[in-house]
Design a protein around this ligand. Sequence first.
Ligand code: C2E
Ligand code: CA
Ligand code: CA
Ligand code: CA
Length: 281
Amino acid sequence: AKSEGRNCYQLFVPSMSEQAQKQAYIQNQLRQILEHNQLEVHYQGQYSVEEDRFIGFEALVRWPQRDNQPRISPAQFIPIAEQSRLIYDLGQAVLIQACTVLQEWQESTHTRHLTLAVNLSAKQLNAHDFLDRLENILCRFTFPFTKLTFEITETAFLEHSECVTRTVNTLKAMGFSLALDDFGTGYSSLNYLQNLPFDIIKIDQCFIQRLGTCNKTWALVKAIITIADAFNMSIVAEGVESKKQLESVIALGCDKIQGYYYSTPIPKEQIDSLISSTTPA
Ligand code: C2E
Ligand code: CA
Ligand code: CA
Ligand code: CA
């Protein structure tokens, strides 16, 4: 037993240090990227089937593209940024870029209806100066606050929930739209719906993927949509990739769709041609 333990120990340590090295690398790179203002943001369309047009976009942060290397995914670098103060500067950089796009949309009639959603991490919401930083950015812009949506995941309320709840209520009072992100993947989703001022529920893509194969998922999504209707919240189905999935969510009564079926996340330069093309790719 003793020698087994030693083997485990020897296998375990190198892989841990490899992970720690990777983490340190990402942290250092990210610090430089932020210093040089090189962080990119892509935008993914949200389509209304009823209106037959894009009604908004979600801002998704992107690692800069460098000499044909693959970009590091936000699923990898966001959690690392959250372990340090880098998440604050990252969040600020994304928000400034997003607000700039939203401001540009106000100038033209074919983009003025669009909303823009920005993701907030729990750590940002917990920062004591979050609202001050936010107001410092927003005072440079004149778009109506109702055009800006903040996407917050359920897990943001697990820790320091009182502080987060207070901030979320303030955001609502200021006029922003609030979306509960990755709905159904957390622990007490229903409780949050009742007690927090969300306008939008985003059904997580794992439910959309299971729709075709699982009757229980069908019933679950139907129930979520019924609750959203009763609470006067709107629903966005995430991760809709296929025609079949699109037909399923429409049959369930969901009108707003975000997913590769209508659009992948794209740089802002491509938004105009996306919204002027009538048929999805
Ligand atoms: P999320 O907020 O749930 O964003 C949706 C993710 O699903 C995005 O991944 C998007 O590219 C992907 N997606 C959209 N449609 C489809 C589809 O049809 N099929 C599949 N397979 N995937 C689809 P992405 O951009 O890699 O972002 C991953 C996560 O990183 C986000 O999940 C969000 O939690 C976080 N994130 C991204 N940008 C930011 C940001 O600016 N701030 C913060 N705090 N988090 C961010
Ligand atoms: Ca999101
Ligand atoms: Ca999501
Ligand atoms: Ca997610």
